[in-house]
Design a protein around this ligand. Structure first.
Ligand code: TRP
Length: 336
């Protein structure tokens, strides 16, 4: 990112947790979008490893998965020459700004966060304070880089609203300091549902492995999961609210082949699920194979993956440091 002032592009920041394996939903809903945004924006893409430890992690697994996610982002087209790709834990300013923002966030507003309520139920044995202050760390992630736009899924919109509130409050208490970020709403992408319960979203943390297509799954795993996907009564291949299973498979087929829903309906007219499911299975396996092959190739070079993160951390720190220095001065810490 060596542009001059005049051709300054809007700044994007987004983050992805490293506490799970990536799914086809992440690819369609986030990663492909991130790749496109590189053409028109200055992008910071962050591995949110500090966020990951708000739920219990096995340290060796966390290390491995952070490199896996780095690799998958590179394989999908994130270009470290154009975007800043870095891990949150490599930039100490995230923790530094979080503390100051924590002192500018209310217990009441944090207690209203629906993700906190959901996660407290999910992890009743580990309701740590980090789960509670999670959105403040996320606000620091965004405000450190003076991001104009933040691509987030629906589940994170409340956190972005809170980020805006904190930024505005800080700006009016101390003087303008932070850009107040807007949510970036991606052009409506397809929503991918569970293969086993197609009325709920496909999730990386589903207990049933058959419900989810992971980006690291082999051809035969992908084929089997799709062939065993839950379909609906009847036999017609048709997009319809009362056919959530078939509609979901049609979405996957559409993504994998680029065919429209009308074309797909015509293709399988009078043919039934018996022919449809294997066709979807083949198409999706074909679609994901190049990404997985690239991932596997890059994964052999851990030194390269770490070098990418090191360069990203250097670049990120340069900006993050500037923001923290300003903030520390404004709140009254002595500058030596
Ligand atoms: N909390 C986000 C999620 O789970 C990840 C994240 C962390 C993030 N920091 C961020 C997303 C900053 C956008 C901006 O999906």
């Amino acid at each position: 990112m060596t542009e001059t002032k005049q051709d300054k592009k809007p700044i994007i920041l987004s983050g992805i947790q490293t506490s799970g394996k990536l799914t086809i939903g992440n690819l369609i809903g986030a990663m492909q979008n991130w790749v496109k945004l590189q053409e028109t924006h200055d992008c910071y893409y962050m591995l949110a490893d500090l966020h990951s430890i708000t739920v219990k992690q096995v340290p060796a697994e966390l290390r491995k998965q952070t490199l896996d996610v780095t690799d998958m982002l590179l394989a999908s087209g994130i270009d470290p020459e154009r975007s800043v790709l870095f891990a949150q834990s490599h930039v100490p300013e995230h923790s530094m700004l979080t503390w100051v923002l924590t002192c500018n966030a209310g217990m009441g507003e944090l207690a209203r966060m629906t993700q906190f309520k959901d996660k407290s139920k999910q992890h009743a044995d580990n309701i740590n304070a980090g789960l509670f202050t999670y959105p403040v760390l996320m606000a620091a992630d965004i405000l450190l880089y003076q991001a104009d736009l933040v691509p987030v899924g629906a589940d994170q919109k409340q956190h972005l609203e809170l980020t805006r509130d904190i930024a505005q409050r800080f700006n009016s208490t101390y003087s303008p300091t932070f850009v107040v970020p807007e949510p970036y709403i991606a052009p409506i992408g397809a929503k991918i549902m569970s293969l086993q319960e197609p009325t709920k979203k496909m999730s990386k943390s589903d207990e049933n492995d058959k419900a989810t297509l992971f980006l690291h799954n082999s051809d035969s795993e992908i084929r089997n999961k799709i062939k065993r996907a839950v379909t609906d009564s009847g036999s017609e291949v048709k997009m319809s609210d009362d056919k959530p299973g078939v509609s979901n498979l049609m979405t996957l087929y559409h993504i994998a082949t680029g065919k429209t829903y009308a074309e797909i309906e015509a293709e399988f007219e009078g043919k039934g699920y018996g022919e449809f499911k294997p066709a979807v299975a083949d198409a999706v396996a074909e679609y994901l194979r190049p990404l997985r092959e690239k991932f596997t190739l890059l994964r052999k070079d851990e030194k390269m993956l770490k070098a990418v993160l090191a360069a990203g951390a250097d670049q990120a720190r340069r900006q993050a440091f500037k923001t923290v220095r300003k903030v520390y001065k404004k709140v009254g810490f002595i500058q030596l």
